[in-house]
Design a protein. Structure first.
Lengths: 233, 246
């Protein structure tokens, strides 16, 4: 048995996996910093309900393998634990985002002005569609390395999935405080968000496949697609 | 020499904009459209220095892809094997008359453009007629400027039939009396073979004569005087040649 007596709070606080401690009425007694970000995207009540549903029948610990997605957060499992009637905790585990077996072919990556590439793709889309399109981009984004052909192909498929929407909103920005590990290096993330009042989902598998092969993260929702692109310089 | 490309079509202008935006990028694009819509002229105009290869020559295309970073492949639909072509890190612009394999094309090309036919961009017809009329005037050493009725231009095969129409119009407009005699002579020499050929071929002269006369003088009475024939005879001939509507 572990007899070490120390303050574990620091370790939990700095864990990138969200950890939340509830009281018996669902009030939060403690949450680590990863949970604070998560609670911007999912309600406390929803997480508490999941905690109760998947709690072990008796005092103890129960880990459930279940995929949960809240906006860009994707979890592959979570642990619910309690040892008295007053406190119950949930610990969610991030799903690994990168397939490490798929190595980046850097020779195909060219320093690119993403805005030019985006404009070319929008121009192609506009040729065949007359949807209203609004664009919010950061013109000051510095050029970064990307496989121009693969990115364009992916973007064509993504935009096509919105072809029946009345109006489409596209935004491109650098995500603050979030990173992606590429070749053991922490890289910033550029997020391309496309939203509309609906979209076709028949190309979703193909979109995911191209995105994964290029280390892009895609979040495909009913009305929107988020594409997170490693900002490799 | 840089190819000249002119258009008033918004669709084509958008295609040009798209190509201009990707000019500096290493992406693969394809432009698909009916034959003689100006695809190749447009691409040569936009990428004057790119190496150009014919898709009918599979081996040459493969070799060119090995040696060049920027390549135009025309007759792309004629390539026998497109599965193994490597477009990585290259600026490839393919030109095709039709989609030979939609799935593969969707897979290998980032940008897919559809070139509208002349039927879909009627605003370009007058522009092209004016452009090619100058060529025709020069080639046939015509002294007078051609006056082309756009309604008489055939665009069923895009610029191919358009140019043919202009040549035909140029010929019609520049024919002399002797030319017409020669034409009739050659035609009759080739086709005369029956027993009632006088009756059969007389309309070759008579029909255009009456048709032109009706257009010019508007009145059968006046025309009968001009032609020096009886009014009833003229009316009969109008009926025979189905020219009643003129």
């Amino acid at each position: 048995m572990n007899t070490l007596s120390t303050n574990f709070k620091f370790f939990i606080e700095s864990d990138i996996n969200p950890f939340i401690l509830f009281d018996s009425s669902g009030k939060i007694l403690y949450l680590n910093s990863a949970s604070e970000v998560l609670l911007g995207y999912v309600s406390r009540q929803e997480l508490y309900d999941i905690t109760l549903i998947y709690a072990p029948h008796n005092f103890g610990v129960r880990t459930t393998k279940l995929e949960l997605q809240y906006d860009t957060f994707l979890f592959y499992a979570f642990t619910v634990s309690y040892e008295n009637e007053d406190e119950i905790a949930i610990h969610l585990y991030h799903k690994p985002r990168i397939d490490t077996t798929n190595l980046l072919q850097m020779d195909k990556y060219r320093t690119t002005d993403i805005n030019t590439l985006l404009e070319a793709n929008i121009s192609l889309f506009k040729l065949q569609n007359d949807n209203e399109l609004s664009l919010l981009v950061d013109q000051d984004l510095p050029p970064f390395k990307i496989d121009q052909n693969q990115f364009s192909k992916l973007l064509r498929k993504i935009l096509e999935s919105f072809r029946a929407s009345d109006s489409i909103f596209i935004s491109l920005k650098l995500k603050i405080g979030e990173y992606i590990i590429i070749r053991e290096k922490k890289e910033h993330i550029i997020e391309l968000k496309i939203e509309a009042n609906g979209r076709y989902v028949n190309s979703d598998e193909e979109i995911k496949k191209i995105a994964q092969a290029n280390h892009f993260i895609t979040i495909l929702k009913e009305h929107s697609i988020y594409l997170q692109i490693p900002f490799i310089q | 020499m840089t190819e000249q490309f002119i258009t008033k079509s918004t669709q084509v202008e958008k295609i040009i904009k798209g190509f201009n935006l990707t000019k500096s990028l290493l992406v693969s694009s394809i432009i698909i459209g009916e034959p003689h819509t100006g695809k190749r002229t447009l691409i040569k105009h936009l990428f004057p220095n790119a190496l150009t290869v014919d898709g009918s020559e599979q081996k040459r295309v493969e070799e060119s892809l090995e040696s060049s970073d920027e390549l135009i492949i025309f007759n792309f639909h004629k390539l026998t094997n497109i599965d193994n072509l490597n477009f990585d890190n290259k600026r490839v612009i393919a030109i095709a008359n039709y989609l030979s394999n939609e799935r593969i094309i969707d897979n290998i090309f980032a940008f897919i453009y559809k070139m509208p036919s002349l039927k879909e961009r009627v605003e370009d017809i007058e522009l092209l007629v004016n452009l090619f009329s100058k060529d025709v005037e020069r080639n046939l050493i015509l002294e007078d400027k051609l006056e082309i009725d756009l309604n008489r231009i055939n665009i069923s095969s895009n610029t191919q039939s358009l140019i043919k129409s202009i040549y035909q119009e140029a010929f019609i407009q520049s024919c002399s009396y002797a030319d017409i005699e020669d034409i009739l002579y050659h035609y009759l020499l080739k086709n005369m073979e029956g027993s009632s050929d006088y009756k059969k071929y007389l309309p070759l002269y008579e029909k255009p004569l009456i048709k032109a006369g009706l257009k010019k003088y508007h009145s059968q009475l006046r025309l009968s005087d001009i032609l020096g024939i009886n009014r009833n005879t003229l009316r009969k001939k109008i009926y025979e040649h189905s020219l009643d509507q003129f």
